[in-house]
Design a protein around this ligand. Sequence first.
Ligand code: C2E
Ligand code: CA
Ligand code: CA
Ligand code: CA
Length: 280
Amino acid sequence: AKAAGQNCYAYFTASLQETAQNRLQLANALRSAMELEQLHVVFQPIVRLSDGHLHKAEALLRWVHPVRGLVSPAEFIPLAEEIGLISDMGNWVFEEAMRKVSQWMPLHHGQLQISVNMSPLQFHSGRDTASVWLDYLHRLDLSGSNVIIEITEGLLLHADPTISIQLLGFRDMGIQVAIDDFGTGYSSLAYLQKFDIDYLKIDQAFVRALDTDSGNQALVEAIVVMAHKLGLKVIAEGVETAAQRDFLRNIGCDYAQGYLFAKPLQPDDFEAMLRGKADS
Ligand code: C2E
Ligand code: CA
Ligand code: CA
Ligand code: CA
């Protein structure tokens, strides 16, 4: 038994070392990914459920590694946070997305709203991100009304005054705020009153369970009712079936995002979709 234990130990050590080495390599590659133009932004449409109208999209980051191919953001975002790259990367996503929005201006007449994901670390970077972003928007002839920031519940949990101040800074420039992955994090809802929030994004786990679980249907409906009473709009994530869409529309959910409508699209494909809407 002892020998087996030792083998086990040796095995785990080897694989741990391998993992650590892998991560180190990946971290180094990620550091140069921006310069080497391996990062790009894709756009996933968000539609209004009442009429199917498209006027929002979530910007999602993609990394095409020369050897490994497409690396999932679920893997490289935490790495970027760990090695201190996330603020630069987040600013880059914002700027890249806004450059596209300004190019598409004739197609949406300033109406297009782009939702960008913000890591909690971007609020702890000590930088005044809101004013940097505002300058950038002005240079492109855009405004804060073109932007939504997506944050997670954890950021608001401790009622940190520096977070409130920064959120106010964004709101002062007309940027709206969405709570991403709503329902997966914390049970406290008090923060919804304490902070000015515009949207709840219902996590896709709840949307997926709509087909099978009536308890879950009641939960999603209750979230929509509560959100509306508090003056928030609701975006359902990960909508894949017509049945999910119909249920969500019937309970008054405002917006939806998911493969049923479109996958995250390359800028050219998103532009084609905008053109289609504009022409019809
Ligand atoms: P998220 O913010 O919850 O983004 C939604 C994820 O769900 C995206 O995965 C999207 O491609 C996927 N999705 C959309 N519709 C469907 C659907 O109908 N079915 C299924 N199964 N999935 C759907 P993605 O692009 O792989 O991103 C994963 C996560 O990585 C994001 O989750 C977000 O937390 C993070 N992320 C992506 N881009 C950025 C970024 O620019 N900055 C930061 N900080 N995080 C990002
Ligand atoms: Ca998101
Ligand atoms: Ca989400
Ligand atoms: Ca998520």
